[in-house]
Design a protein around this ligand. Structure first.
Ligand code: SF4
Length: 416
């Protein structure tokens, strides 16, 4: 099989991994043109969009995870690249300006250790022999030994171990080769190494950075019966205990019939979208999981976003006077995001704000109007109730659900 065919197979095999953004860019012609498959885009810490070669080292996997297109029992053409080929391909694409980095994952060849050895060989060659300084995101294979896991962050900017399913029971059902413990152990080790490296660099600036872009993971949503409450509790624990940079939620895409999997007509994209919004509220808006979900209501509302639902369930806290509220209170108003809350605080120094000023400061007034006063003036409904507000909000139709940019900045994700 020639190289181009193998790249096609291996980039198609990587496209379901949501811990890297859109795959399959198709820019044509001119300097920086790329091939149709295998290029995805991600965002750097400074908000810059960078293009990556997103590829598997091999799609021949000894495991048989029911939800995966590369599982051992799948009837699909198999291919592999050698470490030399991955290093050369990445470097040549980089030199031609097709890409700025590499996202490298793999099916499990022989064993987790053997797979990690080959992947490490590829990234080591890239860094040390080709002197490649671009971005590398490398998957860490659950079950690999500690010595090999430790090497990953020496070469990669970002590392990730995919948790895939939220509970041990679901892993046992759909991914019998994996255990929760086997996934959490490398995550915990990576967290230790990243934290130790940051501490060291505070005192010795020249010491090498270990996985400077941190670690992330991916959770598949809708393949198993876990609730949003279970998923958000898991994400919260991962952010707090493993210092994860991001949890990516990937709506389950049925790739083949299997009686262990739900018969979905379409991937639960709206649910995925709501989970991203709730995740954003945890990380940037000061919400806790228990404020958004509970045992009685364990699933996010699909009609209204989680912040609006929280506000509607806590109407006694509103309306809020925008000239007096502090930053954390402003962030809880539907239609006021991080950027507009900061603008409100800045603008207040120059004088009292009116409702008209809020729109100019980026507040989405069609949502905020029911929850704020400015100088005592209120433009919401006369006899506000959650149901009446819901009816009004529905009159202003929400845009259709779409997959969010996975490495987005606050601005890219939109104000909540
Ligand atoms: S380990 Fe499971 S999820 Fe990963 S490539 Fe193999 S079959 Fe797919």
């Amino acid at each position: 099989m020639d190289l181009e065919q193998r790249i096609e197979i291996l980039s198609a095999g990587a496209k379901y991994d949501a811990s890297c953004a859109s795959s399959g860019s198709d820019r044509a012609g001119g300097h920086g043109a790329n091939v149709a498959s295998g290029i995805c885009h991600t965002w750097a810490a400074d908000g810059r969009c960078i293009s990556l070669l997103k590829i598997l080292m091999t799609n021949a996997c000894v495991y048989d995870c029911a939800y995966c297109v590369n599982r051992s029992s799948a009837d699909t053409p198999r291919a592999a690249l050698t470490p030399d080929e991955i290093a050369s391909l990445t470097f040549e694409f980089y030199r031609r300006n097709y890409i700025e980095g590499l996202f490298l994952s793999s099916g499990v060849v022989v064993s987790p250790d053997r797979t990690m050895e080959l992947m490490l060989e590829a990234v080591r060659k890239l860094r040390q022999e080709k002197r490649f300084t671009g971005y590398i995101h490398m998957k860490v294979i659950p079950g690999a030994s500690r010595e090999l896991i430790d090497q990953a962050g020496l070469y990669a900017d970002r590392v990730s171990v995919n948790i895939e399913l939220p509970t041990s029971g679901s892993l046992a059902l759909l991914a019998p080769g994996k255990t929760k413990e086997g996934i959490l152990r490398p995550m915990s080790r990576l967290a230790e190494k990243i934290s130790a490296s940051r501490d060291e660099r505070r005192t010795i600036k020249s010491s090498p950075a270990y996985a400077p872009a941190g670690q992330s993971t991916q959770l598949i949503v809708g393949a198993t019966p876990e609730t949003d409450l279970q998923i958000m509790r898991l994400s919260d624990a991962l952010y707090k205990k493993m210092s994860l940079k991001r949890v990516y939620y990937s709506a389950f895409v049925p790739v083949s019939p299997d009686n262990r999997l739900p018969a979905l007509l379409e991937p639960p994209l709206k649910r995925e979208h709501r989970l991203y919004q709730a995740d954003w509220l945890l990380r940037f808006y000061g919400f806790s999981v228990d404020e958004l979900l509970n045992e009685k209501c364990p699933c996010l509302d699909l009609t209204f976003d989680p912040k609006t639902m929280w506000a509607l369930n806590n109407l006694e806290k509103f309306p809020l006077e925008v000239n007096a509220a502090d930053y954390s209170e402003l962030l809880r108003v539907p239609g006021i995001g991080v950027v507009s809350a900061k603008k409100i605080l800045r603008a207040r120094r120059a004088g009292r704000l009116s409702l008209e000023d809020l729109g100019r400061l980026g507040v989405v007034m069609k949502r905020a109007v029911y929850f704020v006063t400015a100088g005592g003036k209120y433009n919401g409904l006369k006899r506000d109730s959650a149901e009446a507000i819901k009816v009004r909000l529905l009159e202003k139709k929400e845009p259709a659900a779409q997959q969010l940019p996975l490495f987005g900045t606050a601005a890219a994700q939109g104000e909540l």
